[in-house]
Ligand binder design. Structure first.
Ligand code: ZN
Length: 302
């Protein structure tokens, strides 16, 4: 703790030790369906065999870019952002209830991440909270999740709705949308200019590093957004969060559009509208059973 009483260290790492007890829950009988889901996972950013939503295969173009190089660049960018937030005293304390709440949500979602991307088994998931009025949240390649207090407070998100935001952002990382974007903008150029033999860690590491700053402000295409909505919806449902919250979340987003202060952030990169809400609504029945099974399998609290 700093002399002024402000706890600067707010990150929480979800690597193996903290992960253990949660993973153990999957070996008990109510969780057998989930274990089957996990076991059915394919390699890379594949669609799990038992997935309920239909998003097809991830773009093969992304393979032009080294995933480890991009994840390393993202980790550096994340650390730099945390350092800056710490210096400006806007990095929310790990003990703060809002960050604790986000950690609890993250734990319930990330156990279902690996079937969507084998690499996620090695990711060091982290969740940070920045004190800012901006409505914003993102997950960088490799599982570095950031929420701004503005999205929680201005939209008055319920746990279910916050889980939908988190699931959506985790899905962007799991489906490697940033890697795909980088491949489209820089990987292809490198391949043409330098030849395929140079598509190794060094050159693409450099490309990924130069791309680093953009990782925080990426604007994805409509199909990527649709994928993130559906994969996020399924992650959240498996985690025991009510699917209908996806619809109420995007209605709130729609209402907030136009009255956002301090920069457009999330809302400018996530246009909401009837099509988005309609697609989510159509997919609710597909994941409702997962949600209900998760609720039944959950140990009673209180
Ligand atoms: Zn998105």
């Amino acid at each position: 703790m700093a002399p002024d009483g402000f706890v600067y260290y707010s990150r929480m790492c979800f690597s193996c030790p903290a992960f253990g007890p949660t993973a153990c829950m999957m070996t008990s009988s109510p969780w057998s369906a989930r274990r089957a889901f996990l076991l059915a996972a394919g390699a890379g950013a594949a669609t799990p065999v038992l997935a309920q939503v239909d998003v097809g295969a991830a773009s093969s173009l992304r393979k032009l870019v080294s995933a480890p190089a991009l994840e390393q660049a993202a980790a550096r960018q994340y650390q730099q952002m945390l350092s800056e937030a710490q210096a400006r005293r806007v990095l929310v304390s790990r003990s703060h209830p809002s960050l604790q709440r986000l950690h609890a949500i993250a734990r319930r979602l990330m156990v279902y991440a690996a079937p969507w991307n084998e690499r996620a088994r090695q990711w060091r998931w982290e969740v940070s909270l920045i004190d800012s009025a901006q409505i914003n949240a993102f997950c960088m390649p490799g599982g570095k999740i950031v929420f701004y207090t503005g999205i929680l407070e201005q939209l008055r998100l319920s746990d279910d709705e916050a889980a939908m935001v988190m699931g959506h952002e985790m899905a962007h990382a799991l489906r490697e949308h940033a890697r795909e974007r980088l491949a489209k903008t820089q990987g292809t150029h490198l391949a043409l200019r330098l030849g395929a033999q140079l598509l190794g860690l060094g050159d693409l590491g450099q490309a990924a590093a130069s791309f680093g700053g953009q990782l925080l402000t990426l604007k994805y295409g409509r199909s990527d957004e649709s994928e993130a909505d559906l994969v996020g919806l399924e992650l959240a449902a498996r985690g025991g969060f009510e699917p209908a919250a996806a619809v109420s979340l995007w209605r709130k987003m729609g209402q907030a559009t136009g009255r956002q202060s301090g920069g457009p952030a999330f809302l400018s990169t996530h246009p909401t509208g009837p099509a988005r809400i309609r697609e989510l609504t159509q997919n609710l029945p597909k994941v409702q059973g997962l949600y209900e099974a998760a609720r039944r399998g959950k140990a009673p609290t209180g």
